[in-house]
Design a protein around this ligand. Sequence first.
Ligand code: NDP
Ligand code: GDR
Length: 373
Amino acid sequence: MLKKALVTGVTGQDGSYLAELLLEKGYEVHGIKRRTSLFNTQRVDHIYQDPHVEEQRFILHYGDLADSSNLTRILQQVQPDEVYNLGAQSHVAVSFEAPEYTADVDAIGTLRLLEAIRLLGLDKSTRFYQASTSELYGLAQETPQTETTPFHPRSPYAIAKLYAYWITVNYREAYGMYACNGILFNHESPRRGETFVTRKITRGLANIAQGLESCLFIGNMDAQRDWGHAKDYAYAQWLMLQQEQPDDFVIATGIQHSVRDFIRMAAAELGITLLFEGEGVNERAIVAGIVGDNAPALKVGDVIVRVDLRYFRPAEVETLLGDPTKAKQKLGWEPEITVQELCVEMVAADLHEAKRHALLKEHGFKLPIAVEN
Ligand code: NDP
Ligand code: GDR
C-alpha cells in the first residue's frame, strides 16, 4: 500500500518542494488548492499529473482552510497517513492589514483540520505536521532561539501562529495524536513569493540590471534573519513525521545576516559593487563598480536602492537566529545549502527571467512584469 499524504498550501513555496519530496519517496500526494480566478498552480505544474491517467499519484482538491465541511470531506475521502498543514496567509506585513482573515485561516484553520481528523476517528492513524514559525519568538528573549525560548509574537500573523502552535501541542497531549510543530526560521528559494524580502531583492536587482526597473524600494535594512533553503526545510518537515514519538523542532541554519548583507550579496552576484550612503530613511545604495555583462543597463554612480517607509511594519521583529541542535541530534537533520548558495540560485533564476523580459521589451512586446511589492 502506498503511503498517502495530504498537503495544505501545496501551491506555495514549501508545498511544492514537499510534494516533490513525497512523490520521490513513493507517496500518493493529495494537495489542497484554492479556487482562484487565474491559475495558481505554477509551482507544481512540473509535477502535475493528468487525472485521466491511471495510477495518478499527485491529486489536487479544491478547498480552503476557512471551510471545515470541505476539509472534513477531503480528509474522509483521502484517509491520509500524514497531513502537512502548510496553508496560511503567510505574509507578516499583510497580516497587519488583514488581521481577522489571518487569524481565521492560520489559527482557526489549524483547529478545523485537527478537529476534522479527530471527529473522523483518524487521530490514532494520521500524523500531523504544523508549519510553525520563528516569528513566534518575535521580540526574542534569548539568542539563539531554541525550542524552550519563550514566545513574544509581534504581528497578527505570529499571534495566529501562536494559537496554531498550542492547539497542535494540545491535541497531542489531550488525544495522544502524533502532532508536531516545526518551528522553521526563514527559508527561501527561486520559488519564494515575490514580496518576501530575499526574492524582492533578487528579482528587483535583476530587473534593474537589465533596465526593466530603476530602483529597489526597501524597508528596514537592519533586520537580521537566519535564512535557509526551502528544499532543506521540506526534508526536515518529512523527517519530523517519521520518528517514534511526536515532538517540536527548531529548523534553522544558526547563521544570521542583515537585509543589507543580502542586498550586497545579490548585487555582487550580478557583478555590481554597492556603496551604502546616508542614515536611516535617507540610506541609499550607489553603484560603485561593475564587472561582467550581467548589468548592461547600469553605470557607476546610479542610485539603485532606497528606503521607503511604507515597507516598515507597525511592530518589527529586528533579529532572529535559530539553534537547530535538537533537530541535528534527534532527526539527524542538517542544512546542506548555505545562504550564499541560496542567493546565487535565486539571482540566477531571476536574471534568467529578467533577460527574457528584456528581450520581449526590445522586440516591442508589453512587459508582463508586476512591479507592486
Ligand atoms: P506561501 O505563502 O508560499 O504559501 C502559502 C500557501 O497557503 C499557498 O499554497 C496558499 O495558496 C495557501 N493558502 C493561503 N490561504 C489559504 C486558505 N485560506 N486556505 C487554504 N490554503 C491557503 O508560504 P510558504 O510556502 O513560504 O510557507 C508555508 C507555511 O510555512 C506557511 O504556513 C507559512 O506561514 C509557514 N512558514 C514559512 C516560513 C518561510 O520562511 N517560508 C517559515 C516558517 C513558517 P495560494 O497559492 O492560492 O495563495
Ligand atoms: P518575515 O519575512 O517577515 O521574516 O516572514 P520577510 O521576507 O517578509 O521580511 C524579513 C525582514 O525583512 C524586512 N524587510 C522587508 N520585508 C519585506 N517583505 N519587504 C521589504 O521591502 C522589506 N524591507 C525590509 C522585514 O521588515 C523583516 O524584518 C517570513 C514569512 O515566510 C513568514 O510566513 C514566516 O513565518 C517567517 O518568514 C519565518
